[in-house]
Design a protein around this ligand. Structure first.
Ligand SMILES: Cc1ncc(COP(=O)(O)O)c(C=O)c1O
Length: 302
């Protein structure tokens, strides 16, 4: 399997960095790293690859073995296509609300899917399945390979593409893997860089309990992710963005920049504009387009 893993590593990452020309405040430079150009359509290809490679290297996975994950989103897709190429059996635990189209896409890739009601039950069942079937529960919320993927690939790519001249990095927090991995790498190399997280308005990350109905796909609303809690010192500030503002920014990115991005990117760009206004003339910011609007067919009607 090592040869196939090597071949896959050449397909993932190395994504382009685009300067936003019209939506950025005058005099500010905002760059967007287009992670949706990864083969699976998101930044999660990087971590799915790292988590699977890590398990293979530890001798925990052989061809035909199950790789199990709790995910209804980008991580699920990333695991499904990578597992297919490696001859592994992707078993994905979905939340009950996931759209039929998403589930069909996962099944087309050969993944087995099951919908389970409560979050607690989803994680319990995943652990059980791994034990019963001799597979691995990847668990992106606990797996250090998540942070490592961004520390070793996304972070260095950004440093190189920006010629090591960056004032701030802005990123939505889901598992926290991207912001902590990239943030740690950038801070090691640029002492003054500001690392800014983004969550939906009313997220439990900033309040005792989640408030408001605002939800933004992929970003933390109820769960307080361990990677963020344990590495809080890396994040200088967390900005809340309403669902409506995230969607409005998606619309503006389409009209003004010719980009069709998902709602978490709308939220991140909205926050980046806020930070750029604060930092003023000549500032250089980077944020990430995690996925594309085509992942959210229901939003294409706006
Ligand atoms: C669309 C989208 N944006 C942002 C994120 C946040 O990334 P991370 O989990 O690395 O914090 C995710 C995570 O699932 C996502 O799916």
């Amino acid at each position: 399997m090592m040869e196939e893993l090597e071949a896959l590593s050449k397909l993932i990452g190395g994504t382009p960095l685009l300067r936003l020309r019209r939506i950025a405040p005058e005099g500010a430079e905002i760059y967007l790293k287009l992670e949706y150009t990864n083969p699976g359509g998101s930044h999660k290809d990087r971590i799915a690859y790292y988590m699977i490679r890590d398990a293979v290297e530890k001798g925990l996975l052989r061809r035909g073995d199950p790789v199990i994950e709790v995910s209804s989103g980008n991580t699920a897709t990333a695991i499904a296509w990578i597992a297919s190429r490696l001859g592994l059996r992707a078993m994905l635990i979905l939340e009950p609300e996931v759209s039929e189209v998403r589930e069909m896409a996962l099944r087309l890739l050969g993944a087995e899917t099951v919908r389970i009601e409560s979050e607690e039950e989803q994680f319990r069942r995943a652990g059980e399945m791994a034990e019963e079937m001799g597979g691995v529960f990847l668990n992106q919320f606990e797996n250090e390979a998540n942070i490592k993927a961004h520390y070793e690939t996304t972070g260095p790519e950004i440093l190189e593409q920006m010629n090591r001249d960056i004032d701030a990095f802005v990123m939505g927090i889901g598992t926290g893997g991207t912001i902590i991995g990239v943030g740690r790498r950038l801070k090691e190399e640029i002492g003054s860089v500001r690392i800014i997280g983004v969550v939906p308005r009313g997220s439990a990350l900033l309040h005792e309990e989640a408030r408001h109905e605002d939800r933004i796909g992929g970003l933390s609303k109820v769960i307080k992710p361990r990677f963020y809690i344990e590495n809080r010192h890396i994040v200088d500030q967390v900005i809340e963005v309403s669902q409506a503002m995230a969607i409005e920014t998606v619309r503006r990115l389409a009209a003004m920049e010719g980009l069709l991005v998902g709602p978490s990117t709308g939220a991140a760009v909205h926050a980046a504009i806020e930070v750029a206004e604060e930092l003023g003339e000549g500032c250089r910011l980077v944020t990430i387009a995690a996925d594309s609007l085509f992942r959210y067919p229901q939003l294409l009607r706006m």
